[in-house]
Ligand binder design. Structure first.
Ligand code: S3P
Length: 441
């Protein structure tokens, strides 16, 4: 079954809304809750396909998990060594985070396991995790570096110091989770800061994690103590609305309880550099993660050279940013973003193709894109049909483009939106986007 959107042109975004829970934090809350001692209560959990895959995988390893119901999940932890051998392969669906973090967590178990994924995930690189895990003594088999991933039991892992070759929170997190099962200390050194939810949450579960500049270290064998986790709204889902309200004249929108971890707020910084009007209100902390309400109003955006140091802090938000850049005056240049080529789709190629279909001068480069903004035009995008290549974030970004289109936009292959954003169509419609979804067999 595939889904597509038809979005009528124009309109603006207004009102007050809360987007679903953070995907990264939701995955981690189940994983750490499962290997903790005691019962972990989660609220605000993302009831999207990706996080549900993680829940099902732990159920298959003998963990009792109640929910999700209205964002509430209860994980009955089995302790560091309490997971049971699964009967069949563990299906990560579309979720790269599930697969990569689980590779680390399963590498130190005393049983064999196999991780599989859907068509998109089956093409994504897993060597970046398998290689450093092998250096820790893990035995991992892939198919030419891609899933399925077979993890064989080993007597013990050995802690290492590993310099990450790319800025990747998934690889960092996989190694830290393996490090829990390793002798001695495991240290991961990052080339640039990436999301630090794993480190923060491990701290919340009572694990001592040391941060020393670019290096994160933990000692193996520490047990986790169950805790309560309040998952903030996902800034990566808020991003479509931040971009949409910025480009649509007359917009005035409040997004509530958005996770504002400084390793995730690159989207706010980049949009502000482009002239966006985003006000941060009601800042506070929930369970070790900063949150705030964001008020965003329409603004005249200008093209910029995106500072490369902000790229890892906004890595999932580039599809939305490319749409905003097309609506800016002048040229936007993105560099240092080669990681976009190995996301749920090749986001450089797919976004450039879609933007060009809609009449925008967008030139893909090996590590980014050059976009000639058309902000001086009221209608930036020509009517037409684009393909999201089953990439949730690309589908939602092109839906927002209709706010500045000359005619109707069709977004085909918008199939996996519910992986990260269940209810996107209804929520976007309630804010003013003229979107209709259709399913085809
Ligand atoms: C994630 C890390 C990022 C991000 C992904 C979620 C995480 O991936 O793109 O959506 O939860 O750790 P990389 O580690 O590959 O950059």
């Amino acid at each position: 079954m595939s889904r597509s959107f038809r979005v009528a042109p124009g309109g603006s975004l207004s009102g007050t809304l809360r987007v679903p829970g953070d995907k990264s934090i939701s995955h981690r809350s189940v994983m750490l809750g499962a290997i903790a001692d005691g019962v972990t209560e989660i609220t605000g959990f993302l009831e999207g396909a990706d996080a549900i895959s993680t829940m099902e995988i732990f159920r298959a390893m003998g963990v009792r998990i109640d929910g999700p119901q209205g964002g509430r999940v209860t994980v009955h932890g089995v302790g560091l060594h309490g997971l049971r051998a699964p009967v069949g392969p563990l299906d990560c669906g579309n979720a790269g985070t599930a697969m990569r973090l689980l590779m680390g967590l399963l590498a130190g178990q005393r049983f064999e396991s196999t991780l599989v994924g859907d068509e998109s995930l089956s093409k994504r690189p897993m060597r970046r995790v398998a290689e450093p895990l092998a250096a820790m003594g893990a035995r991992i088999e892939t198919r030419d570096g891609c899933p399925p991933v077979r993890i064989l039991p080993v007597a013990a892992l050995q802690g290492i110091r590993y310099q990450l070759p790319m800025a990747s929170a998934q690889v960092k997190s996989a190694l830290l989770l393996a490090g829990l099962y390793a002798r001695g200390e495991t240290t991961v050194v990052e080339p640039a800061p990436t999301r630090d939810h794993t480190e923060r949450m491990l701290g919340g579960f009572g694990v001592a994690v040391r941060r020393d500049g670019a290096a994160v270290t933990l000692r193996g064998g520490q047990s986790l103590r169950a805790t309560a986790i309040d998952v903030p709204a996902d800034i990566s889902s808020a991003a479509f609305f931040l971009a949409g309200a910025s480009i649509a004249p007359g917009s005035d929108l409040v997004l509530e309880h958005v996770g504002m971890n400084p390793t995730r707020t690159g989207i706010v910084d980049i949009l502000r550099l482009m002239g966006a009007d985003i006000e941060v209100r009601n800042e506070h902390e929930v369970g070790g993660e900063p949150v705030a309400d964001l008020r965003v109003r329409a603004a005249a955006l200008r093209g910029i050279a995106v500072p490369p140091e902000l790229v890892p802090l906004a890595i999932d938000e580039f599809p939305a940013l490319f749409v905003a850049a097309a609506c800016a005056r002048g040229r936007t240049v993105v560099t240092g973003a080669a990681e976009l080529r190995v996301k749920e789709s090749d986001r450089i190629a797919v976004m450039a193709e879609g933007l060009r279909t809609l009449g925008v001068d967008a030139t893909p480069t090996p590590d980014g894109m050059v976009i000639e903004g058309r902000g001086e035009q009221a209608a930036v995008f020509a009517p037409g049909a684009v393909h999201a290549h089953a990439d949730h974030r690309i589908a939602m970004s092109f839906a927002m483009a209709a706010l500045r289109a000359e005619g109707e936009l069709a977004v085909h292959d918008a199939t996996h939106v519910a992986t990260s954003f269940p209810g996107f169509e209804a929520l976007a419609r309630s804010a003013g986007l003229r979107i209709e979804g259709r399913s085809q067999a």
